[in-house]
Design a protein around this ligand. Structure first.
Ligand SMILES: [Zn+2]
Length: 148
């Protein structure tokens, strides 16, 4: 394998949605979302082609197992969120996307668990008294809760 001979890493790349915007029979791509993900670099060492192929195969099996787990968790999430208010779920998803995957944070020691600004005590008290109240941090916009 060339990567092994040149002693360079192989960076796995996954393209999701490409088949929906660019078909091999089309002359032009259509506008649409495509997700690009890069995996950890693989170092292929040695000149035993079979061993290198097995190493790549093992990596592919690992990603297939992860894909399967993601599918299961996605289905589980759909079941769990089916009874939630749609506007609230959209708000949560937008926040999660914008805030690096963390949309809800705890208030600890009077500070937001996301951006660490001070949360006014009256605000924290209101959350403690009414835990079902939705409140957002003025600093980062994440939803806040007070752990019991
Ligand atoms: Zn914050």
């Amino acid at each position: 394998m060339i990567a092994s001979r040149l002693n360079v890493p192989v960076v796995p790349v996954r393209l999701e949605g490409l088949d929906k915007v660019l078909h091999h029979t089309w002359r032009m791509a259509r506008p649409g979302p495509v997700r690009i993900a890069f995996g950890p670099a693989l170092r292929l060492v040695g000149d035993d082609y079979e061993a290198l192929a097995q190493q790549v195969g093992a990596y592919q099996q690992g990603t297939a197992a992860a894909d399967h787990e993601i599918e299961q968790l996605t289905a589980q999430r759909a079941q769990l969120t089916a009874s939630l208010d749609e506007d609230l779920l959209r708000r949560y998803d937008r926040l999660r996307e914008a805030k690096g995957g963390v949309a809800i944070v705890a208030v600890r020691g009077g500070r937001c668990g996301g951006c660490h600004i001070t949360i006014p005590e009256r605000f924290t008290r209101r959350l403690e008294e009414n835990p079902d109240t939705l409140a957002a941090c003025d600093g980062c916009g994440r939803l806040l809760f007070v752990p019991r």
